[in-house]
Each structure stands twice: as structure tokens, then as C-alpha cells.
Design a protein around this ligand. Structure first.
Ligand SMILES: Cc1cc2nc3c(=O)[nH]c(=O)nc-3n(C[C@H](O)[C@H](O)[C@H](O)COP(=O)(O)OP(=O)(O)OC[C@H]3O[C@@H](n4cnc5c(N)ncnc54)[C@H](O)[C@@H]3O)c2cc1C
Length: 243
């Protein structure tokens, strides 16, 4: 029996005291002090000042010293194809060769769910049918685990769930939030990006307060493709970042 799932993100780990590390790395570039002195003397206000200065100067490499690792579940293979385009990230993804996918979990696009119960049931029945096709091919190939899973999986849909652990440094995360929290991004990666943003912001607001789609900071960068819903984007940002 296949089961419907929804995107869910957890922050599994991040650089402890990321602000101090990033600000120390920045200060080191312009100081002849010993590294330990420099790190130990760094105060909260120094951190804020350095982070603002780095952003204003476009000197962003010190931000790469802070990394964040997320667990992502309830997402589709369609999502996987998109997030793995981000090359400055590290991924570990559930295998469709080593893990049998009969009775797979699946993601339903909200637009299909919004068509009503009949559409949702039809979609669920199609997932069941694909699960049966998968089992049929696995059996025809001898139910040999890895070697039959790897070919039976060709009849699985883009909707099939995958799970992954992804690590990005803060600079790449900022870039990711600019592209993927934007309404131009596809709904599933956008949903995951906002969940990642909320988790990262809670941990290190001084690093992430100035990121997200370009319309949060000024004019939309999408030109004639602009969604015209910057007020909605701003409201979501305010909601996720309020104390
Ligand atoms: C709304 C939207 C629609 C999209 N539609 C399509 C589509 O139709 N087809 C499609 O194929 N893709 C599509 N993409 C994916 C897009 O083309 C990028 O592959 C993806 O967003 C990753 O972005 P990136 O390359 O900037 O980021 P990353 O890979 O995360 O890289 C971060 C930055 O590092 C630098 N960098 C990384 N690697 C290199 C390199 N080899 N050379 C030079 N600089 C590098 C660049 O400055 C880059 O911006 C879409 C993305 C979005 C947001």
C-alpha cells in the first residue's frame, strides 16, 4: 500500500558559534593579531559589525566557514533533480537500488489535491498501480534485491518519495534562499527552502537576516517574470523571523 507524505525538514547540525567563526575569519584578513586572541576577544557587537561589513563589501568567503546540515524527508524525486543542481552542496540520498520501493511513499502536488477528493483518490490509485508494476518487474527479474530493484524502479514516478541529508555552507545557503524562496521556484523546492530558511535563521539570525528572494531587499530581479506578490513574500518572511 502506497502512502502520501509531505515535505519535512530538520536542522541536524551546524557550526557552533558560527557568528564568531565567520567574524574572526573576516577580521583575520585585516589584522596582525594572533588567531586565539582574535577569536577570544570577539564580542557580539563585533560579530554584527563584521557581518554587516562583509555583506556591504561583497567579501563573502568568510561566511563559507559556517555550515548547516539538514535532514529532508517527504520530498519527491522531482524535487531531488532540482536540489542536486546546487553544486556547492553535499548530498546523501536514499538509494532506489539498495532499498526496495514496493509500497513507496509519494508526494501529491497541492494543485492536484485542490481539485478535490475524486482527483486525489484517482491520483492515489495511479500510485498503487505503479507500485504493482514495480512489484511485477521485480518478480520478473527474480526478486534479487539490488540487481532487480535497479531495473524495476524504471516504472516508479517522479512523485516517489526520497529522503536526503544535505549540507551547505552559509554562503551557498544565502544563494539557495535567493533562488528557491522566490515564487518563481517550483512549489516543492520553495516549500523546502522556506523550511530550511526558518531553521537556519533561528540558529543564526545575524547570518541570514538579509537573505531570501530579491524582492525582500528591493526591486524584483525577475523582470517580466515577476510574480507581483512581493507583499505576500514579505509577510511570510516577517512571520518566520518574528521573535
Ligand atoms: C526558477 C528556476 C527555474 C529553473 N529552470 C531550469 C530549467 O528549465 N532547466 C535547467 O536545466 N535548470 C533550471 N534551473 C536550475 C538552474 O539553472 C541552476 O542549475 C540551479 O538553480 C543551481 O543554481 P546555481 O548554478 O547558481 O547554483 P550552485 O550550483 O549552487 O552554484 C552557486 C554559484 O557558484 C558558482 N558556480 C558553481 N559552479 C560553477 C561553475 N561550474 N562555473 C562557474 N561558476 C560556478 C555560480 O556563481 C553559482 O551561482 C532553474 C532554477 C530556477 C531557480
Amino acid at each position: 500500500m502506497t502512502t502520501e507524505v509531505h515535505p519535512h525538514v530538520e536542522l541536524l547540525a551546524c557550526t557552533p558559534d558560527a557568528g564568531t567563526i565567520v567574524a574572526s575569519a573576516a577580521k583575520l584578513c585585516y589584522s596582525d593579531a594572533d588567531i586565539n586572541d582574535l577569536v577570544n576577544k570577539m564580542s557580539g557587537s563585533d560579530t554584527d559589525r563584521f557581518l554587516d561589513k562583509l555583506t556591504a563589501m561583497g567579501h563573502l568567503s568568510p561566511i563559507e566557514h559556517a555550515t548547516f546540515t539538514f535532514g529532508v524527508e517527504g520530498v519527491s524525486r522531482a524535487f531531488l533533480a532540482q536540489i542536486t543542481r546546487h553544486r556547492i552542496a553535499s548530498f546523501s540520498v536514499k538509494s532506489q537500488r539498495y532499498v526496495n520501493a514496493e509500497n513507496f511513499n509519494y508526494v501529491t502536488p497541492p494543485a492536484i489535491a485542490a481539485l478535490g477528493e475524486e482527483a486525489r483518490a484517482r491520483y492515489a490509485a495511479q500510485m498503487e498501480q505503479m507500485s504493482r508494476w514495480y512489484a511485477e518487474w521485480n518478480e520478473a527479474l527474480g526478486n534479487k534485491g539490488e540487481s532487480s530493484n535497479e531495473d524495476a524502479r524504471f516504472v516508479l514516478p517522479n512523485a516517489a518519495e526520497t529522503k536526503l541529508i544535505v549540507t551547505m555552507n552559509a554562503r551557498e545557503l544565502m544563494h539557495f534562499f535567493t533562488l528557491r524562496c522566490c515564487n518563481r521556484a517550483q512549489w516543492e523546492i520553495r516549500e523546502v527552502a522556506w523550511q530550511m530558511f526558518a531553521l537556519a535563521f533561528r540558529k543564526a539570525p545575524y547570518l541570514f537576516r538579509c537573505c531570501g528572494p530579491s524582492c525582500l531587499r528591493g526591486a524584483c530581479s525577475e523582470g517580466r517574470m515577476c510574480c507581483g506578490r512581493s507583499a505576500e513574500v514579505r509577510a511570510r518572511y516577517e512571520e518566520l523571523t518574528k521573535e
